[in-house]
Design a protein around this ligand. Structure first.
Ligand code: ADP
Length: 433
């Protein structure tokens, strides 16, 4: 553990720390950010009335649109001369949102990423092949700082240029790689294509995040790269990567949220009402130590649930894997659908690869969705060819039984479906216009 004292802090003490930090954050934003002063005044709320996280529900949410309305710097709570770095979201869903960090924030960023790397299996002295994009995106620089803090040798490859990545993975022999799960699939596939054996590499751990993924992808990445793969979650608005991290020995049980810095809530996606642990809803974060740009009750739009794990090594709460973003949810003939729901159903099909996409079309007024997925083999032999219609029908039945949707399934030849070329990959191809 990187910081055992904090990572194993007993619940009562953690709560006390959160409450103190929350009250400091609230006075900071009320005094320094006109947007928040207005939020409080409009709600008829005095900063002193919030005595702890139990009162958070009284504060209105901060949404992505508030960041856009205050573009670029109006939410900063510090003068520009204190701002040491500026990042912006990758803009997957529109105009970028801008965030700033002062010295203390960058220090916390390094700390939570260092914690996350250790949680993922990494150790001081190992080499980190960092294939997250460097630049405005927080992934590259965020992982870089945390790995440096931990004492790893960082190889700042950034995303893309797959040939270069393969060369360095073989020649530099890093033990740890971080990238998006879809890019890990691309790299794993290239190993196979070029006859690079797992034994030619020295990889042990993969730290994957920045997009939703499931056990189906984990299984494939672990097999192809010879690694233990864990989930790292984060978003630029709250910090960047390292808001939460899955432990390499507790895979499948959720990712620890570094609760001493980021307070999570789950709320109903329609009413905004707080939901109890275990219930799925929208993840909302309040930053507890951010100084340059603290956010109160930030609506991430990511759908998941929260739970304490009494058997876990740490006391912090765990979040489940993200099902998807609320605005990426498809509604097909009245049925709500996230692409990850289809992805999990591919897990037990060794004859299929984890390369798939959902094609959404509209015929007259009816929305249709079709699953396209590639066969795993590099060549479909005759026998396989014959069984493809059966497999398509079986998968279609499985989707109907599990999700309640009639979905056409097309099993496609290898290398016919888009792959990640280094960053995030959209699994939905929406042709509705
Ligand atoms: P953008 O919103 O432009 O993609 P970011 O690059 O900050 O901005 O990405 C943050 C978002 O990426 C999160 O809100 C979430 O939707 C997604 N994300 C990050 N990590 C994960 C993860 N481990 N699992 C699922 N989704 C993730």
């Amino acid at each position: 553990m990187f910081n055992p004292e904090i990572e194993q802090l007993p619940f009562e003490k953690l709560r006390r720390l959160q409450n103190e930090r929350l009250m400091e954050t609230i006075s900071r934003v009320y005094e320094n950010v006109p947007f928040y002063k207005e939020v409080f005044d409009k709600a008829g709320l005095k900063p002193g009335e919030i005595k702890g996280v139990q009162d958070l529900h009284r504060i209105p949410f901060t949404k992505k649109s508030d960041l856009r309305d205050n573009y670029p710097f109006a939410l900063f709570a510090e003068p520009m001369e204190k701002i040491l770095r500026i990042h912006a979201s990758s803009g997957t869903t529109g105009k970028p949102t801008v965030v700033g960090y002062n010295k203390s924030d960058l220090d916390v960023f390094d700390e939570v990423v260092a914690r996350s790397l250790v949680c993922a299996g990494a150790k001081k002295g190992m080499k980190l092949h960092n294939a997250y994009g460097y630049g405005l995106f927080t992934g590259g620089l965020g992982m870089h700082g945390g790995a440096t803090r931990l004492g790893m040798s960082v190889i700042p490859v950034s995303g893309g240029m797959t040939d270069r990545q393969l060369l360095l993975l073989q020649d530099f022999q890093p033990e740890v790689i971080c990238c998006t799960p879809s890019y890990a699939l691309t790299l794993g596939e290239e190993f196979k294509k070029r006859g690079i054996e797992i034994e030619d590499l020295n990889l042990k751990y993969a730290v994957l995040g920045a997009e939703p993924w499931t056990e189906t992808v984990r299984k494939e990445v672990e097999k192809r790269m010879g690694v233990v793969a864990t989930n790292i979650y984060g978003l630029s608005e709250i910090m960047g990567p390292g808001v939460s991290q899955e432990d390499f020995e507790e895979r499948g049980t959720g990712s620890y949220v570094w609760e001493d810095h980021f307070f999570p809530e789950i709320v109903d996606k329609d009413t905004g009402e707080p939901l109890p642990n275990g219930k799925e809803g929208v993840l909302v974060f309040t930053t507890l130590t951010k100084q340059a740009m603290p956010l109160l009750r930030y609506w991430t739009n990511d759908i998941c649930s929260l739970n304490y794990d009494p058997d876990g090594k740490r006391t912090h709460i765990k979040m489940s894997t993200i099902r998807g973003r609320a605005d990426d949810m498809l509604i097909i003939r009245g049925v709500n659908l996230f692409h990850t729901q289809v992805e999990v159903l591919l897990e037990d099909h060794d004859e299929l690869s984890a390369n798939y996409q959902l094609i959404v079309t509209r015929e007259s007024t009816m929305d249709q969705v079709k699953l396209e997925v590639e066969v795993a083999n590099s060549r479909i032999d005759n026998q396989k060819n014959e069984s493809i219609p059966d497999l398509q029908a079986a998968l279609s039945r499985k989707i109907k039984n599990n999700i309640g949707l009639t979905m056409e399934v097309e099993i496609k030849d290898p290398e016919t479906i888009p792959r990640s070329e280094g960053g995030k990959l959209s699994r939905i191809n929406d042709k509705r216009g």
